[in-house]
Write a protein that binds this ligand. Structure first.
Ligand code: NDP
Length: 302
């Protein structure tokens, strides 16, 4: 796809994978003004199943999209520890296949990755060219997916994001609100730092990136809003805003605890801060503070 092809095209053909996830759901909305979206599900005749890389390749060849947006992933971080092969096929092998097929067509591949590619040391926001060293299977498979896409030689944008929430799907915000309605006391980790990112922001930023795409932009970008918090700070904001909106919450205390007090199969990084300056400079847009997006999501789900 040449420099101006997207601009010339009246209707861009987009192949969207993972349409029912948090980000995929919002992409169905945000990408629709750009053109025609083909979004096969896992069990559709046109294969949208990332655990079937051959079927996926056939789908790309049949659809001949201008743009492929891959929002599908194996996101069960703890489960991945005991199911590494399945995670690897979906998070690494399938994105590599998409890359090869995109290169063959000259299509642009937009893919998402994670703060979990880093080891979480220090307190500085990670830049795109910092060394990666994932702590768990999920992070390793996501990193392998990044490398496979870059090695495929296709046009690509890999957006690393963190702590994704949306009004649909499973996420920390919905879990906290559920527990806050049932329990008087919650314990939440206060030594892991990062930023909650709305699926709607990711989807809108993706649409903008595609619309304004020009040659030479291939690469990895950190796509997160401004600001930083901890899971505990995030939980405090969720509960106080929910209460101010009239939610009937039982919770009286949110106790701050270290991550080491929760024994989980997968180790989590302490420092998930991502520096978003490269995305802002490349695509010429502001990325807002994280809190208004959380408030907005609460108005939608309460
Ligand atoms: P979700 O878990 O909400 O959605 C993942 C999607 O992938 C679901 O639609 C799921 O389908 C689909 N999927 C899983 N396995 C397959 C498969 N074999 N074939 C086809 N589809 C499959 O994820 P998010 O929307 O939150 O994540 C979007 C991207 O952002 C991912 O790349 C993720 O790694 C990344 N990311 C997410 C973070 C988070 O906190 N959630 C943090 C950092 C990065 P189904 O609904 O049928 O299970």
């Amino acid at each position: 796809m040449g420099r101006n092809k997207l601009r010339r095209a009246q209707r861009v053909k987009i192949l969207l994978l993972g349409k029912s996830g948090q980000v995929g759901w919002e992409l169905q909305r945000s990408l629709s003004p750009l053109g025609d979206i083909l979004a096969p599900g896992r069990s559709d005749e046109l294969c949208g199943d990332l655990s079937n890389p051959d079927g996926l390749a056939e789908t790309v060849r049949a659809a001949k999209p201008d743009v492929i947006v891959n929002a599908a992933a194996y996101t069960a971080v703890d489960q991945a520890e005991s199911d590494p092969e399945a995670a690897r096929v979906i998070n690494a092998i399938a994105p590599g296949v998409l890359g090869v097929e995109a290169a063959r067509l000259g299509a642009l591949l937009v893919h998402y990755s994670t703060d979990y590619v880093f080891n979480g040391s220090g307190d500085r926001p990670w830049s795109e060219d910092d060394d990666t060293a994932p702590l768990n299977v999920y992070g390793r498979t996501k990193l392998e997916g990044e490398v496979a896409i870059r090695n495929s030689g296709c046009r690509h944008a890999i957006f690393r994001t963190s702590w994704v929430y949306g009004s649909r799907g499973k996420n920390f915000a919905r879990t906290i609100l559920k527990f806050a309605g049932e329990r008087e006391r919650l314990t939440v980790v206060d030594d892991q730092f990062g930023v909650p990112t709305g699926a709607d922001l990711i989807a809108d930023a993706t649409a903008h990136s595609i619309r304004s795409w020009t040659d030479g932009r291939d690469g990895i970008y950190h796509l997160v809003p401004d600001g930083v918090t901890t899971w505990h700070g995030y939980a405090e904001l969720l509960c106080s805003v929910a209460r101010s909106m009239g939610a009937d919450l039982k919770v009286r205390e949110i106790q701050a605890v270290p991550g080491s007090s929760f024994k989980t199969p997968a180790v989590r990084p302490s420092n998930s801060r991502l520096n978003n300056a490269k995305w802002k400079a490349a695509f010429g847009l502001h990325l807002p503070d994280w809190r208004p997006g959380v408030r907005r999501m609460l108005t939608e789900i309460l």
